[in-house]
Design a protein around this ligand. Structure first.
Ligand code: SF4
Length: 50
């Protein structure tokens, strides 16, 4: 079964039909020091559309 990363960030270069096509992604805390929900995380592999 292929691995899929569903992502709704349509503005990202790697997004194709709500699936991430990057070879790998890195997710970090988004800077509030207290990550308690997914809102406190962010994809640092994001790249703007060209
Ligand atoms: S790199 Fe991150 S933001 Fe971009 S499509 Fe993949 S998961 Fe989404």
């Amino acid at each position: 079964m292929p691995k899929e990363i569903k992502c709704v960030v349509e503005e990202c270069h790697f997004n194709e039909n709500m699936i991430c096509n990057a070879d790998a992604i890195e997710v970090r805390s988004s800077g509030d020091r207290s990550v308690e929900t997914s809102d406190g995380t962010a994809c640092s592999t994001f790249k703007p559309q060209e």
